[in-house]
Design a protein around this ligand. Sequence first.
Ligand SMILES: [Zn+2]
Ligand SMILES: [Zn+2]
Length: 69
Amino acid sequence: MKSITTFIAASLFAAGVAFAAAESKPGKCCAAAAKDGKKCEHKCCVEAAAKGDNCTKCGGAGKIAKPAK
Ligand SMILES: [Zn+2]
Ligand SMILES: [Zn+2]
């Protein structure tokens, strides 16, 4: 029984990680720009960023993760 419990716990954990990853994800172009210490200049991304969202047109999802102030 113990292995089944471990399996369920592991899959729940994996699902949680997958959900968290899908919750806030920058678009590919935005992630590349951020890597270089820049902001993505695509119009769609700038507009989404103004609302605090990641650009869904470029593969992003959810809100932009901001460091706690
Ligand atoms: Zn972008
Ligand atoms: Zn975009």
